[in-house]
Design a binder for this molecule. Structure first.
Ligand code: FE
Ligand code: FE
Ligand code: ZN
Length: 278
């Protein structure tokens, strides 16, 4: 069974997201832990969390993906911003422990003229402060398109972070198809080589989730503009090869395409109909 869902608004709570997902034949979803462009978060409603966990119990759900706010930057030159990033991620992960064994995805950060090496040092330091041996949440580093000074624009940068984090068995990777394509990985013409490179540098077993997006731009553009499935430069055929690839087909796929709920429902229906794995 294809594990697929989409980004949903968290404003009405977990049970509401669960029902919304089921209504569009999704069996996973992604949501922002708090205001994506700020840091404010509502207190966690444990009744809602437990009602959600009960609701999805018999519905074959794959892990769900919490997404950190975009504004979180653990490698800012400003120590106050780094501190805020650490506190925010710590609080997010503590909340996620009420929904055990799921994923928490974040953008590694932007080094803004400090250089990749300095940026990576800060990200490693943040993760070493936050991760605990007891946590059940796996923290995912997202592959980035490499716009501006984004860290995570290639597999090597992500691996350098991972190999320097002490509890790196608590880390994984979320591969965003639009981002890697914009970052210069030809997943259309050469998916096999890209996955081989991923395996050689990071290890394919570290790949935990996929953001399934088409791209408005060409390979290597470093732009990061998502397109609806089949209407961009990646195209439907390549995306269908991705969901069916033996190394990927069991992962949760999250759509982050520019869509309303009805658009997501149509993409999920289409992709389910083109899934040929058991
Ligand atoms: Fe993201
Ligand atoms: Fe993404
Ligand atoms: Zn993106």
């Amino acid at each position: 069974m294809l594990n697929i869902g989409c980004h949903l608004s968290a404003s009405k709570g977990f049970l509401s997201m669960g029902k919304e997902a089921v209504s569009i034949e999704a069996n996973t979803f992604q949501f922002f832990t708090r205001n994506p462009r700020g840091f404010q978060a509502k207190p966690l409603d444990l009744d809602d969390v437990n009602a959600f966990l009960l609701y999805i119990k018999d519905k074959n759900f794959a892990p769900i993906v919490a997404h950190a706010p975009y504004t979180l930057n653990g490698c800012s030159a400003d120590p106050k911003i780094r501190h805020l990033a650490t506190q925010t991620m710590l609080d997010d992960i503590q909340r996620m422990e009420y929904l055990p064994n799921n994923y928490y995805n974040f953008h590694p950060g932007s080094h803004v003229r400090q250089g990749v090496e300095t940026g990576i040092t800060y990200i490693v330091k943040m993760l070493n402060t936050i991760l605990t041996p007891e946590q059940t949440t796996t923290v995912l580093l997202e592959t980035m398109a490499g716009k501006g000074s984004e860290i995570g624009r290639n597999f090597r940068e992500l691996q350098t972070i991972m190999e320097n984090v002490t509890l790196n068995h608590k880390l994984g990777i979320c591969l965003d198809t639009c981002h890697v394509w914009d970052g210069g990985y030809d997943i259309v013409g050469n998916l096999e080589n890209v996955l081989e490179e991923f395996d050689k540098i990071i290890g394919i077993h570290k790949l935990c989730a996929v953001h399934l997006n088409d791209s408005k731009n060409i390979c290597g553009s470093h732009k990061d503009r998502h397109e609806t499935i089949g209407n961009g430069h990646i195209g439907l055929d390549a995306l269908v090869r991705i969901i069916n690839h033996p190394s990927l087909c069991h992962l949760p796929f999250e759509l982050e395409t520019p869509n309303d709920l009805n658009g997501y429902a149509q993409e999920i229906r289409l992709l389910r109909s083109l899934y040929t794995q058991s």
